[in-house]
Unconditional design. Structure first.
Ligand code: MN
Length: 735
């Protein structure tokens, strides 16, 4: 009997794994495909020859396993399989990217490059840079979606083989998986992989919870199998009579989702939809829908359906591409059970997502939801705004958001996340439509821009070229796309204000015989307790830094005795001033009260000493007026419960961002074009929003009333001055 050396055994094992990889491929592989995979396989084996995994097995087993997931579970093409085999080669061995490009061509090289970049990122240790890393990772979506898909497969295999890792590493990797990889897998339509990632994530982050549920599922297995048998037996004859080819399966919910339900204070036994029954039928493309409803009708002949739990994802598929008919019925033994009806094609799409779409797309012109989503995502990624944490959070929200479906005026269907508003809709159609939205009609009725849309609504957006986004809009939208577009527009607006402010400041300082240079600017930033020079220019631009304050600054500057000391302090501080930032930093400097955000006199309470930005409330005292406490002040509960009538809403605001309403009356001699001139002056005046206008003319006299929204008095005064200059205007007054 020949004795095999360890090396021989491993070689034998490698060739077995290679054959299996080809055999389980979801897509049919051509000769050229097999050639490509063979070469990638050989290079991977060769390059990783001397490496072992923590478990002791040859390292190359890992890329092979990832390639298997890519080939079979996700069902990707040969290029992806090759790239998966090579995904760790550049990172961990002497093989270079140009070697890969030379041997396998540009596409494989681009994908491997993307994967190498991500793997560099994940080696960063700082937690604070984690979000930034995720953002960079998402940016690789711009290159090739296959990068992310292979990365998800890589992560899945790492999660499956994490036993031999130190516990703190396990927890870190598992949390990362729950934070970003599972949501991504969900969005790409890889439901099975998402479930597995979540379950494994729970297993390592909360093992007791995981095993507790796992055991309970095991215990109820027999009961469940029997239940599904009962269900089958009842409808079998009726289905068979229709000459349908079908299978009926039961599938329990993932451990992770059962746990999520239990967090809502439901016990394991109380969760009625722990498992669903799936009826998967054969059909050609044309008759799919017809059969689905036929099966529906048979099922509901025997089991009473719950009318509010019917989901028709066949007529309008989810934007992940998911299609099926879901109903909940009173099943055997009077128990509620969800029944999912899908054709074989729909089932493949549900299991494999993206890849299955391609298989069935066959040059059809209809765009699948996932492609629209990717296109939209890429646009958002192209101009990322805000900090990395916000970005990733918003992105994640979009991943999990439930969807609604609304109609355009022409009757086209659009999907939006639940909670979306007409503004979200406008931005989803086109950036320019979003930016110039003036109003919206839902089902023919005018609605406010923050109106929450419902499935089935028909929308019409009213635009006006003079309309501009304002800061409130950020509260009206929920989609990342709209947010980032609005933020960019506001930033642009603020930049213009700051630029004008800079010129204005230069002029004002010259008046005071001060030359504006970097040093003076830094001194002014300190003097007004701001963060950046941009903040300073911006505040001059919108007019909340008054001339008197600048005079105070000049006076203080000329006092050399004080200067001597102040300079010493300032020196160390001014180094911290970043003069390049082009964003207004929020500077909470004022507390306002009540729903109308009124300015009132107040004192800060000694017991909790709230500082700007804290969550606060006002408490009306008998002798000392309003006192402001922190919401988590130790005395808060007793004040709120015993003297609730004395509690008054309060919040810190940034007074430079505050807006108020003003009514202006205009009188003059009525002549042609006057109304036009007035509205032109108002709408072309930066930072003034017109809320309503009414004009009437009476025997050649003209009376107008305009309500505007402005940030401060300076802007209002400037506007009034401009209106007065219009030919024919007699009087302009604020009332
Ligand atoms: Mn890997």
């Amino acid at each position: 009997m020949a004795v095999l050396s360890i090396e021989d055994k491993e070689n034998q094992e490698l060739s077995r794994r290679y054959k299996e990889l080809l055999r389980i491929s979801y897509q049919t592989l051509s000769k050229a495909d097999k050639q490509l995979i063979r070469e990638a396989f050989n290079l991977a084996v060769d390059a990783h020859r001397d490496q072992r995994r923590k478990s002791g097995e040859p390292y190359v087993y890992h890329p092979i396993a990832v390639a298997k997931i890519v080939a079979s579970e996700i069902g990707m093409d040969a290029t992806s399989i090759a790239a998966a085999l090579l995904h760790d080669v550049v990172e961990d061995t002497a093989v270079t990217l140009s070697d890969i490009e030379r041997m396998f061509g540009k596409t494989v090289a681009i994908i491997v490059d993307g994967l190498t970049k991500i793997s560099h990122l994940s080696k960063e240790k700082e937690i604070s840079t984690q979000a930034e890393n995720f953002r960079k990772m998402l940016l690789t979506l711009n290159e090739d979606i296959r990068v992310i898909i292979i990365k998800i497969a890589d992560r899945l295999h790492n999660m499956q083989t994490m036993e031999s890792m130190p516990p703190e590493k396990q927890v870190k990797i598992a949390s990362e998986t729950l934070y970003i990889y599972a949501p991504l897998a969900h969005r790409i339509g890889l439901y099975n992989i998402k479930n597995e990632l979540e379950d494994l994530g729970l297993k390592y982050t909360e093992p007791e919870v995981y095993y507790d549920i796992y055991d309970k599922i095991e215990e109820t297995k027999e009961e469940r199998t029997a239940y599904i048998e009962d269900f089958k037996n009842i409808i079998k004859t009726a289905l068979d009579k229709e000459d349908l080819k079908y299978v009926i399966k039961g599938r329990h919910k993932s451990i992770y989702s059962i746990r999520k339900k239990m967090l809502g204070n439901v016990s394991f036994d109380e969760i009625y939809d722990k498992f669903a029954i799936r009826i998967i039928y054969e059909s050609d493309r044309k008759s799919e829908k017809f059969y689905a409803w036929k099966i529906y009708s048979i099922v509901t002949d025997y089991f009473r359906p719950n009318p509010i739990r019917l989901r028709d994802w066949i007529s309008s598929p989810k934007s992940t591409g998911y299609e099926a008919l879901h109903i909940t019925v009173v099943g055997p033994k009077g128990k509620w059970v969800e029944v999912q009806i899908r054709s074989q094609r729909m089932d493949e799409i549900a299991e494999k997502g993206y890849a299955a779409h391609y298989k069935y797309k066959n040059g059809e012109e209809t765009e699948i939801g996932i492609e629209t989503w990717l296109k939209r995502l890429q646009e958002t990624l192209e101009n990322p705004s805000g900090n990395a944490v916000d970005f990733v959070e918003e992105f994640k929200l979009n991943l999990y958001a439930k969807e609604i479906f609304v109609f355009t005026p022409k009757g086209d269907l659009k999907s939006l996340p639940k909670g979306a508003t007409p503004l979200d809709f406008a931005f989803s159609i086109h950036t320019n439509i979003g930016l110039t939205t003036r109003g919206a009609r839902v089902n023919g009725k005018l609605v406010p821009l923050n109106h929450e849309l419902k499935s089935g609504d028909q929308l019409e957006i009213i635009t006006s070229p003079s309309q501009k986004p304002n800061a409130n809009w950020l509260d009206y939208v929920i989609t990342a796309r709209a947010r980032s577009k609005i933020k960019n527009a506001l930033k642009e607006d603020n930049k213009n204000i700051a630029e004008r402010g800079k010129e204005l400041l230069d002029r004002k300082l010259r008046h005071l015989k001060i030359k504006m240079d970097e040093k003076v600017v830094n001194e002014l930033v300190m003097f007004f307790k701001l963060k950046t020079s941009f903040d300073l220019f911006y505040r001059v631009g919108i007019g909340i830094i008054e001339n008197q304050k600048l005079k105070d600054f000049a006076a203080q500057k000329s006092n050399s005795f004080i200067n001597y000391f102040k300079n010493k302090i300032r020196k160390s501080q001014s180094e911290a001033v970043d003069t390049t930032k082009e964003e207004v930093s929020s500077n909470y400097d004022l507390i306002v009260f009540g729903k109308n955000e009124e300015k009132l006199n107040y004192k800060v309470a000694n017991c909790c000493n709230p500082i700007p930005g804290d969550e606060v409330f006002g408490f009306v005292t008998v002798s000392e007026g309003i006192k402001v406490h922190k919401k988590d002040c130790p005395n808060a509960i007793s004040m709120q419960s015993n003297y609730s009538y004395r509690v008054i809403q309060a919040k810190w605001i940034d007074s430079s961002q505050r807006e108020f309403k003003a009514t202006i009356t205009i009188t003059g001699i009525d002549n042609i074009g006057l109304v036009n001139d007035v509205t032109k002056v108002i709408s072309s005046n930066m930072h003034v929003n017109m809320q309503s206008v009414s004009f009437e003319s009476d025997n050649g006299l003209f009376n107008g009333k305009v309500i505007v929204i402005v940030r401060n008095n300076t802007i209002l005064k400037r506007l009034i001055e401009k209106l007065k200059k219009i030919n024919g205007i007699d009087k302009v007054q604020r009332i």
